[in-house]
Design a protein around this ligand. Structure first.
Ligand code: BGC
Length: 744
């Protein structure tokens, strides 16, 4: 007995020790991936709901099924049913919009924390950061008295041109789901609904209002649906937003296959389906095919498809009142679930607090990706450095607002220039020069996202005086930092980019600065790939940062100066050129009335690896200021049954002089498969903090069912027996160890 207690207390001490050690760094104890599960919608209030519905008039019920302002759907005051209050979105709680137009409401109490864009969050490869993100935004939602956040946005990055690439997470379905689930759980832990969007196969902005997406069943299941499925089944997301486009001939907000068959019947979704704004095209059909709430853009709200037209249809018996009740009950259940009704002690929340800015900082700092670092040019060593040139419009450009689509009105957005001023000692002089100007050809600006138009949209000639100023600044400084890339006017919802060239003459600027200052560091601020091969070859230090939130400028300064050791990894492939990427190599973007995803399952690195095309920087890639060795990688067994979980352990040794975080990535390959397979697929990852000189054992658990492919003919997931190779690396192209296992 005594022995047992001793062992138990030793174990407890160990657990406490490891969790303290790791919690401080935002990593889970023992470096095993933590699993997140949300709370199911409860049926506790069903009797009460039935009674309420029995007291409602037809008009009151239908009032709940459509927008009655830009971001609310109707309530029933006399019965104590509140409006359902929504807010965008992926960057944090959007500013208040007028009730009946897109104009900002002009309030003074709608400031919020600007969080890093989803691409940045995915680049952390840290699921705890995704929980932090959701939890922090959830608090802000409650402080603004909202019920539903229109986020996370988890469509797959199919083409690097996609205007919303910055707003989405990744090209990979596994990374996508592993980040989406904790974000949903973190958010919903605050009595707020997540509205996971845009369901589904909404992978381009071009023709998004009508394009008919054609995807074969296996590709749909393996690439485009897993994150939605996990958000519903594991995260228990309380709502889903239908997309604008069509899928196999039917609009996605009235798509029986997607909304009724897959989402509800197969996945058991119990929440509400909300339309994208003005994405509804029918009355009875959309309701019967799975939509619950129609939201939209300004027009009289009674003219919505699910307003007067639905009242008329119900009166004409084109739809039964029982069908309408079904949708009303779904909405009521979610309102009870988040305590907008019935519950006590609803989370009160807080907004724009220092703690939330620090959440944004932590995510931002882990998101920065070090792409190149020859001769340890970074972190900057300040001995003997008296002056630094900071060059580029992106040094001061703010991205919380901008472009078409949801942003955040924030009191704090630290730009890179401000971050450097905050962090550099006063002995270092900063010589700032704007360098390039964000300029558009006024007559063609409307064509920003028109990928088929020819006239120039951006002005790509440098202003001679601005160029000269930049050259002078670089010449007289010990080091030059160029902040290049794009911004949220250039990368935006409703437009895809026309090409992957750096706009506004930046390439020329970078080269001219490099010519006068060999110690030039290039920092990209962007949400999506660019063609930067030439710059990359000519630059010794290259860093990638994002639309990186309120604290983005401090985070990038801390990385450049070495206070933060970078640990971000690319969540998508950086191609050498656009035509190397699958949707373009197969000439299947953007389609016209329809678009067929000709590359099938070979999206992102699956294409590059299978077709043996060298990317510029691969998926999962990112350097550190220290070096790591992976040792003793092994699986717990040699062979597994299909209901078992493979456990792979890897010792990660920090062989350098700085503490750092590394992401151990596990990819699976199946040769001699009876179906076409990608060369490898991500099936597990763990981020771990290792002190200089130390080793840390990480354990990656892979349920064998993760190795399944979708058998379209049999309509089920199938694990093929036989040999699989598990490839352990720190990017999709840097595999350090292979383990062969057998599935029985
Ligand atoms: C976007 C959605 C957004 C909605 C409301 C639409 O244009 O596609 O993502 O939530 O507007 O702002």
């Amino acid at each position: 007995m005594k022995n047992k207690i001793l062992r138990l207390s030793a174990l407890m001490a160990f657990v406490v020790f490891t969790s303290c050690k790791n919690n401080a760094q935002g990593l889970d104890a023992d470096s095993v991936q933590k699993e997140y599960t949300g709370k199911e919608i409860s049926s506790e209030f069903d009797t009460e709901i039935d009674k309420l519905v029995a007291r409602m008039t037809l008009e009151e019920k239908i009032g709940m099924l459509h927008g009655n302002s830009m971001f609310t759907s109707g309530g029933v005051k006399r019965l104590g049913i509140p409006e359902l209050k929504m807010a965008d979105g992926p960057l944090g709680v959007r500013e208040e919009i007028s009730r009946d137009s897109w104009a900002p409401a002009g309030l003074t109490n709608d400031f919020a924390t600007y969080y890093p864009a989803a691409g940045a969050l995915a680049a952390t490869w840290n699921t705890e950061m995704a929980y932090t993100f959701g939890n922090s935004v959830g608090q802000e939602m409650r402080a603004r008295d909202k019920d539903m956040l229109l986020s996370p946005a988890i469509n797959i990055v199919r083409t690097p041109l996609g205007g919303r690439t910055y707003e989405y997470m990744t090209e990979d379905p596994f990374l996508n789901k592993k980040m989406a689930v904790p974000m949903v759980v973190g958010l919903q832990d605050n009595d707020v609904m997540a509205c996971v969007k845009h369901f589904a196969a909404n992978n381009q902005e071009t023709n998004r209002d009508f394009v008919d997406v054609q995807i074969d069943e296996r590709t749909l299941r393996e690439i485009y649906l897993p994150a939605f499925e996990a958000a519903v089944k594991e995260g228990k997301a309380y709502s889903i937003m239908g997309a604008y486009n069509k899928f196999r001939g039917e609009y996605l907000c009235e798509n029986d296959y997607m909304l009724n068959k897959i989402l509800r019947d197969e996945w058991g979704f119990k929440g509400v389906v909300v339309s994208d704004w003005a994405a509804v095209h029918s009355t009875v059909k959309s309701l019967q095919n799975g939509l619950d709430i129609e939201m939209g853009t300004p027009k009289p709200f009674n003219e919505f498809f699910l307003a007067d037209k639905l009242i008329a249809a119900a009166k004409n018996k084109e739809i039964s009142e029982a069908e309408i009740d079904k949708h009303v009950k779904r909405i009521l259940r979610t309102l009870f679930q988040v305590k907008a009704m019935g519950g006590k002690d609803r989370v009160k929340g807080s907004i724009s607090t220092e703690a939330h800015y620090q959440d944004a900082y932590k995510i931002a700092a882990e998101a920065v990706v070090l792409l190149k670092n020859e001769n340890n040019a970074l972190p900057l060593k300040l001995d003997g450095v008296k002056s630094i040139a900071v060059i580029g419009n992106n040094a001061t450009k703010k991205n919380a607002l901008g472009g078409f689509g949801a942003g955040v009105k924030t009191k704090r957005e630290i730009t890179p220039l401000e971050g450097l001023k905050n962090r550099l000692p006063s002995s270092v002089t900063i010589n700032y020069a704007e360098g390039y100007l964000e300029r558009y050809e006024e007559k063609n600006k409307g064509n920003l996202g028109n990928i088929t138009s020819n006239g120039p949209v951006t002005i790509d000639q440098l202003d001679p005086a601005k160029l000269q100023e930049a050259i002078e600044a670089a010449k007289k400084s010990d080091v030059a930092i160029v902040l290049a890339g794009s911004n949220r006017d250039y990368e935006t919802e409703a437009s895809d980019r026309r090409n992957l060239k750096l706009p506004f003459g930046q390439e020329e600027l970078i080269k001219k600065v490099q010519a006068v200052n060999p110690k030039t560091i290039v920092v990209f601020v962007a949400g999506a790939p660019f063609e930067i091969e030439d710059i990359s070859q000519k630059t010794s230090a290259l860093v990638w940062t994002w639309f990186n939130g309120s604290e983005g400028g401090n985070a990038i300064a801390d990385v450049l100066l070495g206070k933060i050791n970078p640990s971000g990894k690319l969540p998508w492939t950086m191609p050498k050129k656009l035509m190397d990427s699958p949707a373009h190599a197969t000439n299947s973007f953007p389609g016209d009335k329809a678009v067929k995803y000709a590359e099938g399952i070979l999206v992102g690195y699956r294409w590059f690896d299978t077709k043996k095309i060298e990317p510029l920087y691969p998926f999962g890639y990112g350097l550190s200021y220290t070096s790591f060795a992976f040792e003793n990688a092994k699986a717990d067994k040699e062979s597994y049954a299909s209901n078992e979980t493979i456990s792979v352990s890897v010792e990660v040794k920090n062989t350098g002089k700085t503490d750092g975080k590394e992401v151990v990535q596990l990819y699976a390959s199946k040769s001699n498969s009876k179906v076409a397979r990608a060369e490898k697929e991500l099936k597990g990852f763990v981020k771990t903090l290792v002190k200089s000189g130390d080793s840390n054992t990480v354990i990656i658990k892979v349920p064998v069912k993760e190795l399944a492919y979708y058998d379209a003919a049999a309509k089920k997931w199938t694990v093929e027996p036989g040999k699989y190779i598990l490839k352990i690396g720190n990017s999709s192209r840097d595999i350090k160890k292979e383990i062969v296992i057998t599935i029985k």
